[in-house]
Design a protein around this ligand. Structure first.
Ligand code: RTP
Ligand code: MG
Length: 159
């Protein structure tokens, strides 16, 4: 049973191509989402062109890992979720654990990245890091989704 007495927050969660290649990981990640009382608002599979990848990660364009990041993120299919929950952004990032997989294995061994991550780039999942980026990223992945309309229509059901 869900106990959603507080206001819902939306976040974008993405299963990256490294994890998408492994059906058992996908199953485990889906189950983790459900076990953590997220509502799955939207879910779809998609694949990026290199230009999509470059645009999404434009803020990292000067970084040493940018080329391999955009290459990797356009290397195969992904699964994107819009998730709703109280404190969804922080909660999903908590489940993912630290960006760097070796660090995750030391500091947060039960986290998603510790369990399933391969390298600092192929680290299984993405999660929005603020309400502003959640809004931007949700529109990037789901251009037909209108957050204000959804909130107005659905959110009162969970109060
Ligand atoms: P994210 O944006 O994916 O939720 O992860 P984050 O905030 O924890 O990490 P960020 O610094 O924003 O990096 C974005 C993504 O770039 C890849 N990365 N590779 N040293 C590396 O090779 C390296 N560092 C970062 C990761 O895929 C990371 O999620
Ligand atoms: Mg980030």
């Amino acid at each position: 049973a869900r106990h959603l007495s507080k206001v819902l927050q939306l976040t974008l969660a993405v299963i990256k191509p490294d994890a998408m290649a492994h059906p058992l990981m996908m199953e485990a990640l889906h189950q983790k989402i459900l076990d953590n009382d997220f509502i799955i608002v939207r879910c779809k599979d998609l694949a990026w062109e290199r230009q999509d990848s470059e645009k999404f990660y434009a803020e990292h364009s000067g970084r040493f890992f940018y080329q391999r990041l955009v290459e990797f993120m356009s290397s195969g299919p992904m699964r994107a979720y819009i998730l709703a929950r109280e404190d969804a952004i922080r909660h999903w990032r908590g489940l993912m654990g630290p960006t760097k997989v070796f660090r995750a294995r030391y500091t947060d061994p039960t986290s998603i990245r510790a369990q399933f991550g391969l390298t600092d780039t192929r680290n299984t999942t993405h999660g929005s890091d603020s309400p502003e980026s959640a809004q931007r990223e949700i529109s990037f992945f789901f251009p037909d989704f209108h957050q204000a309309d959804w909130m107005e229509k659905e959110e009162p059901l969970f109060r």
